[in-house]
Design a binder for this molecule. Structure first.
Ligand code: DAH
Length: 339
């Protein structure tokens, strides 16, 4: 028996670890309720009298040793806990990968910011739209040939419910709910049932502008757009080409003079120096009548542009498919965008 205890003493002396779990295991083995020491103390009664003294001594020696061991190992562990608990505070940190804004989103934000400086506020409307807001109120009555300008996704027929084909629908919603003067900007998704190719998608983004007040003129429109192209592209020279939209009269296509300084300029502008960026015009009196605004008292202008196209020009993106491919090599190029 005493020999066995001496073996325990040797074992305890030799024990070493820097794992707190192992220290605890060691403690329980010797000092636990069903541990070795309790066992030995229980045995004490059966030890022959002449051995009692020696037995008592070695058992006490073992007990003190185990106690000391547990305490010193624990102290050592606490002193170096950052290493032993698996966290090394001296190691260099891991890199956090911060995402970047999608170019469509950052261009949209830039456009919104530019127009907000001159008093335009945001307004939005539903992507699932009724016939009235997407077509009829915009001076596109049923069977009007211009409805075919935009191939429409229908959700329901009679009455027609569609995926909005343009953000111009928001003009109508806003004018129905508010009184002039008004200056709004409406960015959002629009849908067209067009064959998917590198140039056309079923869903894309537009941003619509509307300004209604007394005495708003075509010159105001031109000045506002020139301010915009200067702020966004750093180019203020624009031209307005006559065009047709049912909801504006007169209507125009806006070109910005990009220049012909580099080879890229030549390629982008097909050698003309000009790039088409949006449609615009003076809000048609019929549209104002449809939303109970008196066209004798108020006039206004509207414009609409595709955000994909603007971003394409601004960042010189080669192919519109890049927007949706989620290729990190593409997306990571926009990390420095503040907006
Ligand atoms: N809604 C037109 C489109 O989808 C864009 C547009 C053109 C909007 C002229 C306007 C505008 O507000 O005045 O192609």
């Amino acid at each position: 028996m005493i020999d066995q205890i001496r073996k325990y003493i040797e074992e305890a002396k030799g024990f070493s670890t820097n794992s707190s779990a192992e220290i605890e295991e060691f403690r329980i083995k010797f000092l636990g309720k069903k541990g070795i020491l309790n066992d030995l103390f229980a045995h004490f009664k059966t030890v022959p009298n002449e051995q009692k003294k020696e037995f008592g001594q070695v058992v006490n020696e073992l007990k003190n040793l185990v106690n000391d061991k547990v305490n010193t190992l624990k102290e050592a562990l606490e002193g170096s806990s950052e290493v032993t608990s698996g966290i090394d505070l001296t190691r260099p940190g891991e890199n956090f990968e911060i995402g970047s804004r999608h170019p469509i989103n950052s261009v949209k934000n830039r456009i919104v910011e530019i127009f907000s400086r001159i008093g335009f506020t945001l307004s939005d409307g539903p992507e699932i739209e009724d016939d009235w807001h997407n077509f009829t109120a915009l001076n596109l009555p049923e069977h009007h040939p211009a409805r075919d300008m935009q191939d429409t996704f229908f959700i329901e027929k009679e009455p027609d419910v569609v995926l909005r084909t343009h953000t111009s629908s928001v003009q109508i919603r806003y004018m129905e709910e508010n009184k002039p003067p008004m200056r709004i900007l409406s960015p959002g998704r629009v849908y067209r049932n067009e064959a998917i190719s590198s140039r056309s998608h079923m869903m894309f983004h537009q941003i619509e502008g509307l300004y209604i007040d007394k005495d708003v003129s075509f010159a105001d429109l031109r000045q506002t757009l020139s301010y915009f192209t200067e702020a966004l592209f750093g180019k203020s020279k624009i031209r307005l080409r006559p065009s047709y939209f049912p909801f504006t009269e007169p209507s125009a296509e806006v070109d910005v003079y990009w220049g012909l300084e580099t080879e890229t300029d030549y390629r982008m502008t097909k050698g003309t120096g000009w790039l088409e960026i949006m449609g615009c015009g003076m809000v048609d009196p019929n549209v104002l009548k449809n939303v109970n605004i008196d066209p004798e008292e108020y006039t206004g202008f509207a414009f609409g542009m595709g955000i994909e196209r603007i971003a394409l020009l601004l960042y010189q993106i080669g192919d519109i498919r890049m927007y949706t491919e989620n290729d990190l090599r593409f997306l990571e190029q926009f990390k420095s965008e503040l907006f």
